[in-house]
Each structure stands twice: as C-alpha cells, then as structure tokens.
Design a protein around this ligand. Structure first.
Ligand code: 5RP
Length: 296
C-alpha cells in the first residue's frame, strides 16, 4: 500500500492516496490488484451501493424487492454490496457490476445482540460467485469485539490466499451515537492492522482524523435516511475533501423518493468533484426529468 499524500483543499488539511499505489503496493498479486481495480475506478474513487441490509433487518423499507430497487441504480454504481442469497435471487449475472459479498451475519434486529456475528459464507463460495471482494462487520468495544476481530483476521488470511480483498465494516449496531472521530479512527485503524484492504466507516466531524489514522482507503456509509438530500450532499462532500475515496451508501439513495436523481448527484460529488450546491442542482434537475447530471 502506498504512502498517504497530504493535500491542501480549501484550507483543509486532507489526506489522500495516490491512486496507483493501490495497485503497485508491496506483495499485491495480479488477482488482488485486478479486483481492487474493478472496485476503485481509474480516478481513484468509488460509489458502492449496499443492498445487504436484509441480512439482519429483514425486508427493509424500499428493499422489499431488492432486484427492482437496484435495477435503475446499477448503471450509476461502481459495485454492489450484497449477500449470496439476494445475489442469486435478484441480480442478473449477465448484467451486473462488481460484487462485494457480505459474508458476516448470524444475528437479527429481533435478537439480543447485533454484535454477535460469525462468518456466514465460505471463501470457496465467494470464488464460485466470482466476487470482487468480501465484506465483514467488526464490533469494536462490544462484548463480541474479540470474535468479530478474529473473524476479520481469518477472512483476511483466506482472502489473501485467493486474491480477494476484504472490506471491513466498522459497525455500531443500534448505538448510532458512537459515530465520532475518536471511536471511528480506533475501529478503522484496527481493521487496517488486521489486513482489511478497504475500510467502510461512518462519516463524522473531523473525518480527516479517521482517514489519517488508517493506512488503507476509507469509504463512507450513510446510516439511516436523513431529513434532506442536502445533508447527504454536505457530508459526502466533506468526507471526500477530508480524504475518503468514496461511499458505500444505501438507504440515503434507495429510500429517497427519487433514487436515480440522488445517485446521479452523489456520483457528481465523488467522480466529478461537484460541490453540494452543484449536486443539489443535479438532483433537482434529474427529479424534474431533465437530462442533467452525472455520467453513468
Ligand atoms: C449494513 C451495512 C450497510 O452496507 C451499510 O450500513 C451501508 O448502508 P447505509 O448507507 O444504508 O447505512 O453494512 O450493516
């Protein structure tokens, strides 16, 4: 993995990675480099679309029929994050984007403790499904911290053997108030230390602290739907300025009444360096049916 470079962005001290360093890192085999290149686009940025929520939430609102939800969004997604069950049932193998396979689970909203996850899918199955990466949650600071971290370490051992990158998800379960820079930088660094190739964490104030402490690329999750589109554009833009390489963002796209307009606007922030104001215009225009916005 390459070294971070420091950027002066509108007065912010951000941190970013030289894109090439993702692929020219020490000990990165062709398969690993190729899969990362499928996920992280040639500009070094990415928009991943998660539709894995059902693995512990059941039929989440607007994801009752995941195939229908994701179909119009696929052209604007760089990858989708999904379990093997929904992948087989709802995603056309002839018309898809790179797959990040959710391989942790075993708990539900109705159970006692969301942090008590295990590995749900083997690496052999990931290879059979021809995925570009696997994703697993870790639960730092919980009763099951150790199990989730050892699950990650084991998955990394297997992923490295087959050239499949592991994306670690710094999960907070129901405790959304945990999402601050101190906690998320702790989780993200631990995930990287255990070998994750990409870390998915939440945006927070002072997000550069999370990125600077994490020696692998960081993508932002969205969390529950917020009140306005503008809030999403603001935090995604802020996180990108502070060093995130992109998003893994679901509910704030597909629970919106205008999901295609939403993903076009977010794509513009991520891949075209649009400001939140420009993103809002793209959203408003796309909502009205105008032919504006981001490239698919
Ligand atoms: C669920 C996940 C989701 O992929 C993640 O939460 C991102 O989705 P959203 O933007 O809806 O929060 O990991 O555990």
């Amino acid at each position: 993995m390459g070294h971070p470079i420091f950027l002066d962005l509108d007065g912010l001290i951000g941190v970013g990675y030289i894109h090439e360093s993702l692929y020219k890192g020490v000990n990165m085999d062709w398969g690993m480099a190729n899969r990362l290149a499928q996920l992280i686009q040639s500009d070094g940025k990415c928009l991943f679309m998660p539709i894995d929520h059902g693995y512990f939430q059941g039929p989440t609102r607007k994801l009752e029929q995941p195939g229908k939800t994701v179909e119009p969004l696929l052209p604007y997604s760089d990858a989708i994050f999904v379990t093997r069950g929904v992948l087989r049932a709802a995603i056309d193998p002839r018309n898809t984007k790179p797959i990040i396979l959710r391989v942790s689970g075993g708990t539900s909203m109705a159970g006692e403790d969301l942090s008590n996850e295990g590995l749900t899918t083997s690496m052999e199955e990931a290879v059979r499904l021809n995925v570009s990466a696997v994703g697993i949650s870790i639960f730092v600071g919980t009763h099951y911290e150790k199990e989730s971290l050892l699950n990650l370490a084991k998955l990394v051992d297997e992923g490295e053997r087959y050239g499949i990158p592991v994306m670690a998800v710094t999960a907070v379960g129901r405790e959304l108030e945990k999402r601050d820079a101190r906690y998320l930088s702790l989780c993200s660094r631990i995930a990287a230390e255990l070998g994750a190739r990409v870390v998915k964490t939440y945006w927070c104030e002072n997000f550069e602290r999370v990125v600077q402490g994490c020696p692998v690329p960081v993508v932002m999750a969205g969390g529950p739907q917020v009140n306005t589109e503008r809030e999403v554009f603001d935090f995604v833009h802020d996180g990108m300025q502070r060093g995130a390489i992109g998003v893994n963002l679901g509910r704030n796209i597909w629970q919106n009444d205008h999901p295609v307009a939403m993903i076009k606007a977010l794509r513009a922030i991520i891949h075209e360096n649009a400001t939140p104001e420009q993103a809002q215009k793209i959203f408003d225009g796309a909502k009205r049916g105008e032919k504006v916005g981001s490239k698919g």
